[in-house]
Ligand binder design. Structure first.
Ligand SMILES: Nc1ncnc2c1ncn2[C@@H]1O[C@H](COP(=O)(O)OP(=O)(O)O)[C@@H](O)[C@H]1O
Ligand SMILES: CC(C)(COP(=O)(O)O)[C@@H](O)C(=O)NCCC(=O)O
Length: 306
């Protein structure tokens, strides 16, 4: 990892936590409660030491983007409207992207009080199961070819041009795309989270990365991510016990041993292969890499130099 990341500053947690802390007001009880409601195991120490300085850094990028838009407008002698600020978050399946994305949404809304902050996950852009079956891709769910990347690009360009956009929604409960779409109201800030957000598309003229004003890769060792995947699988099965419409319900009659074996197989044959071949190779497209230790605590931060 170290040689591959020569264009990054490696910042220890200790140094990072002292960078901008003093300029930000501390969190109120209510805000702490809101953060806990995202994931009750989230470390509040991490929020203070890692995520608040990160928000401060995002603030710098946002201000720079606004200044540049204004100066370009002056140069072109026309009024330039500030476009939505887009943040991309990537990393392996089960590394904790959605937890971080929801936390950032909350902290950004707190920082930019009048801003409308939207959060979108790219699993909504997976092809529906029937299309995957027709294309013989059901066992490739999550791999690049299982996503409708053209629609994802179109969505991002419509958001950049200030429109409200309807998008498809994926459900982990039904393991498929839902019949109803969701409306994304023209945001000031959009967080887009998914394993594929730094990947290239067939449309060679446009890269998803081109839409990002800030980007984050969430990193951890494979063995830790596997453990988190297996734990989440267990939780999903627990939730599915009483719900016959849940995709995972069919597995709730299996013994603990059989369930674990199945989840391990899926990790090894699908999600680990995807991580090694298609997700981790995009890591160096991120502006910031957040590295987690075995208990989800951020222990190292990498910030792109050039
Ligand atoms: N900061 C955290 N503290 C404790 N558990 C976490 C944290 N972040 C994620 N997890 C757990 O790790 C698993 C994967 O997280 P999730 O956000 O669903 O990952 P992803 O969106 O990358 O698939 C979940 O079981 C989640 O509860
Ligand atoms: C739908 C997903 C590709 C999305 O990944 P996520 O956003 O949860 O990180 C993944 O959760 C998935 O279903 N992978 C296929 C193999 C499996 O069942 O785990």
């Amino acid at each position: 990892m170290e040689t591959e990341l020569i264009n990054y500053d490696k910042i220890t947690r200790h140094i990072w936590q002292n960078l901008y802390k003093k300029t930000l007001p501390t969190l109120t009880e209510k805000e702490l409660e809101n953060i806990k409601s995202i994931n009750d195991e989230i470390s509040l120490q991490d929020v203070n030491d890692v995520y608040l300085p990160l928000i401060q850094l995002i603030r710098i990028y946002k201000k720079t983007m606004t200044d540049l838009t204004f100066s370009k407008g002056l140069f072109l002698q026309k009024i330039a409207h500030t476009q939505p600020f887009i943040i991309g978050i990537s990393g392996s399946v089960a590394v904790g992207k959605s937890t971080i994305a929801r936390l950032l949404q909350l902290l950004l809304a707190r920082t930019f009080k009048t801003a409308h902050v939207e959060l979108v996950t790219t699993d909504g852009f997976l092809y529906p199961n029937q299309t995957l079956i027709d294309k013989k891709l059901l066992d490739r769910k999550g791999f690049p070819e299982s996503y409708d990347m053209e629609t994802l690009i179109t969505f991002l360009s419509e958001i950049k041009s200030g429109k409200d956009v309807e998008i498809p929604v994926y459900s982990h409960e039904t393991y498929d795309i839902l019949p109803d779409k969701e409306l994304v109201k023209s945001p000031d800030i959009l967080i887009i989270e998914g394993i594929n957000v730094f990947q290239s598309t067939h449309n060679k003229h446009l890269y998803i990365n081109d839409f990002f004003d800030f980007s984050i890769y969430v990193d951890a060792t494979e063995s830790n991510i596997e453990r988190w995947y297996l734990e989440r699988f267990k939780t999903l099965l627990e939730l599915a016990k009483k719900d016959t419409s849940n995709y995972y319900h069919q597995f709730t009659t299996l013994s603990q041993e059989e369930t674990l074996k199945m989840a391990k197989e899926t990790w090894k044959k699908v999600n680990l292969v995807n991580l090694r071949e298609f997700i981790e190779p995009t890591r160096s497209r991120a502006e910031v890499i957040l590295h987690k230790d075995k208990s989800h605590k951020i222990d190292k931060i990498y910030l792109k130099k050039y």
